[in-house]
Design a binder for this molecule. Structure first.
Ligand code: SF4
Ligand code: SF4
Length: 353
């Protein structure tokens, strides 16, 4: 680990040099929102954002992705052969990712990189990716990363962490990928005395993050009792099952697999899916184990705040980015639900009459 100072009057040159050896993704403003896009020549990342509307998960895990192609035309030699289309796994950089979103990749990895199963598509893209974080000195009112095991200067999942210091960036280079990144950009001005100042900035930023979202008792709750808690009807009442909360969440990973066939040519693809949709759990028999809105809303929160906690023992499946809080059209708030779940006590059993 080492610190560098990157002068802003050298920023444009460095980013353009980077593009010679990396595909560079960064936040750009479109209408009122910021989102991550591949930056063409001459386009710089716009760092005047608090957080992007969508998380950058699609840079590794596209919303729709072809897994393989095939032909059913038996006159062709390769009929019924699964052919993986050519994919671009050349080195890429996500420039300006917030620390919460970088940490989210580490949580999602638990799903795509297991001892039993390694998703080749997700892993190839992930391994090709260098994550260059932008520390968060101005958190949104809906952020709660410090309650969710992350923080505005969290280094988890990052290769470099940048702190914006007006006329320059302080860069904390964390990994070999990070070294390759600064080398490709030609940034090499050492800042050996920066560590104490960096820690002070981190402490100041953490103090600005709205806190008070308790999760400490979730692991101790009895799952069946929590599932049967009487607050779920109230929590779910206004939900319209739009799926917004899951699509913009950096830690949601669910997908559906579909075949699309035209004539004799077909592709198998996977598309992001949402546990908030009625079709998500519809069985071929017509039975739906989560047929009601309450079932689906409860599933989302139980998965993030209870099942994940119990299965992995490493906190909640949420990094506190606040997107679902700020974008839910009916103001369903995971911070409130976490409090309800954390404080839940089952009603005492009544004595038989
Ligand atoms: S964004 Fe809100 S209304 Fe839409 S599915 Fe999620 S909780 Fe329901
Ligand atoms: S659950 Fe909400 S706050 Fe948590 S990571 Fe997902 S979008 Fe962000």
């Amino acid at each position: 680990m080492r610190f560098l100072k990157i002068a802003k009057d050298d920023w444009t040159r460095g980013v353009e040099d980077l593009k010679k050896s990396f595909r560079v993704f960064g936040p750009v403003k479109e209408k009122e929102a910021y989102d991550f896009r591949l930056l063409d020549k001459g386009v710089l990342p716009d760092f005047s954002f608090q957080n992007t509307r969508l998380s950058p998960k699609s840079t590794v895990y596209p919303q729709s992705e072809i897994l393989f192609e095939y032909t059913l035309d038996e006159s062709k030699a390769d009929h019924h052969v699964h052919k993986v289309p050519e994919k671009d796994y050349s080195p890429r950089v996500i420039l300006g990712i917030r620390p919460c979103d970088a940490k989210a990749f580490e949580l999602v990895r638990l799903n795509f990189d297991t001892p039993e199963y390694k998703d080749p598509y997700w892993l190839s893209a992930y391994e090709a990716t260098t994550k260059v974080g932008l520390a968060c000195d101005d958190p949104c009112s809906t952020c709660f990363c410090t309650s969710a095991g992350s923080g505005p200067y969290d280094e988890a999942g990052l290769d470099v962490l940048l702190a914006d210091r007006d006329d320059h960036f302080l860069a904390k280079v964390l990994t070999e990928k990070g070294e390759a990144f600064v080398s490709a950009a030609g940034w090499n001005t050492e800042a050996p005395d920066a560590e104490a100042g960096f820690e002070k900035l981190a402490a100041e930023a953490e103090g600005k993050v709205p806190g008070g979202v308790p999760t400490d008792k979730l692991a101790d709750k009895e799952t069946v009792a929590l599932h049967g808690a009487d607050f779920w009807e109230d929590v779910a009442f206004s939900c319209i099952n739009c799926g917004t909360c899951t699509y913009l969440c950096p830690t949601c990973w669910c997908f559906d697999i579909q075949d699309e066939v035209k004539g004799a040519e077909g592709v198998r693809m996977r598309n992001w899916d949402s546990c908030m949709f009625p079709l998500f759990t519809l069985h071929g028999s017509g039975h739906n184990p989560r047929a009601t809105k309450v079932d689906r809303v409860r599933q989302r929160f139980m998965h993030k705040l209870k099942y994940f906690v119990d299965r992995y023992g490493r906190g909640i499946q949420c990094v506190g980015c606040g997107r679902c809080v700020s974008s839910c059209p009916v103001n369903i708030d995971i911070r409130r639900v976490a409090r309800l779940m954390n404080e839940f006590e089952p009603a005492p059993e009544k004595c038989p009459a």
